[in-house]
Design a binder for this molecule. Structure first.
Ligand code: COI
Length: 331
């Protein structure tokens, strides 16, 4: 058995080598992201492992089928950049890593929220210019706030347990209710109800067709004034122009964003001194009450190790047994 892994960064290599030695299976590491231009490297291999934020094009899977490869394993959780119909057409199995470290994502979201509540960016920039006064940057305390968690999967639940530790009140919404959370009585029946109660709204749902721009003008209009918005899921969940309007009006007091709807080409790129050619992004990026990280919530040692090794386990399982623990349904 031979596996090829694309888009492998230097920090992933030790984990890949460790897996290779433990499993006695050859894994070829390719630095470049998977495209139709380099899929030919996969000829002669039994499975493909990949990770990227860019969409995977149809031609990749046509070639995989031609080379007799039917095992495709992602090292991340989101599958919104994979053309399901094409995989179905070529009978290619897809797996992801749904729980490489829910805490990694949850911890960054809470970190950014705390920085926003304690006005860290404002103090930092004031102090850099010699102004060490407190006012007017008075802070808020999380223990006095209600946090609305949208999506109570693994990441949402990891975030909830941290928020609980801070003494925040919780409300949450999900179409699929978790029995444990149900017992604790945190669910509200509608998003409107959550918007009405929450001082902080944190998104932990996958990107789907029917939640595109779920936070739009109408949703913001239903929220409390001075709400904080956190998005560590997918950029398409928020209409960025609506968010800008809500920040301008003060409806939204601050936002922590690890994702942006047009992030491909912006994140994971060294722009040097070159300006970013996206006025909407720049508008958000230049605000002190908006903290942006470049889709890096996942980027911890624990998460990266799990992403590499669980993806390889899945791929091996597809090759050996035709199925895997983290098989993604293509329906
Ligand atoms: C995912 O796992 O889907 C993520 O969003 C993190 C990714 C950038 C590695």
């Amino acid at each position: 058995m031979k596996i090829i892994a694309y888009g492998i960064r230097d920090d992933e290599l030790p984990y890949l080598k460790e897996w290779e030695e433990k499993n006695k299976i050859e894994v070829k590491a390719v630095q470049d992201l998977l495209t139709t231009d380099n899929i030919d490297l996969a000829k002669g291999f039994d499975g493909v492992v990949a990770y990227q934020q860019k969409p995977y094009s149809d031609g990749i899977f046509e070639k995989m089928n031609e080379y007799g490869i039917h095992a495709f394993s992602l090292r991340n959780v989101g599958v919104d950049n994979v053309p399901f119909e094409t995989l179905r057409k070529f009978n290619i199995n897809l797996s992801n890593v749904p729980a490489y470290s829910p805490s990694a994502i949850a911890e960054l979201s809470v970190t950014q929220l705390m920085a926003l509540l304690r006005r860290i960016p404002e103090f930092e920039s004031k102090m850099k210019s010699g102004d060490f006064r407190w006012a007017p940057d008075i802070a808020l305390e999380l223990n006095q706030m209600t946090v609305g968690v949208i999506g109570t999967g693994r990441i949402g639940r990891a975030a909830m347990s941290i928020f609980k530790g801070f003494g925040a009140k919780l409300v949450c919404y999900d179409v699929f209710r978790n029995p444990e959370i149900e017992k604790e009585g945190f669910y509200v029946d509608t998003l409107e109800e959550l918007y009405k109660q929450a001082d902080v709204i944190t998104l932990h749902v996958p990107a789907l067709k029917d939640n595109y721009h779920m936070l739009n003008d109408e949703a913001f209009s239903q929220m409390k004034g001075g709400v904080f918005i956190l998005n560590y899921s997918r950029g398409t969940l928020i209409d960025s122009e609506s968010l800008i309007k809500a920040l301008d009006s003060g409806k939204v007091a601050g936002a922590g964003l690890d994702t942006y709807e047009n992030e491909v080409g912006i994140f994971d790129v060294d722009h040097g001194s070159q300006a970013i050619d996206d006025p909407i992004f720049n508008n958000l990026y230049n605000r002190e009450n908006v903290m942006i990280t470049p889709h890096s919530a996942f980027y911890t040692k624990t998460a990266v190790k799990n992403m590499v090794q669980i993806a390889l386990d899945n791929n091996k399982s597809f090759i050996e047994k035709g199925t895997a623990e983290n098989l993604v349904s293509l329906d």
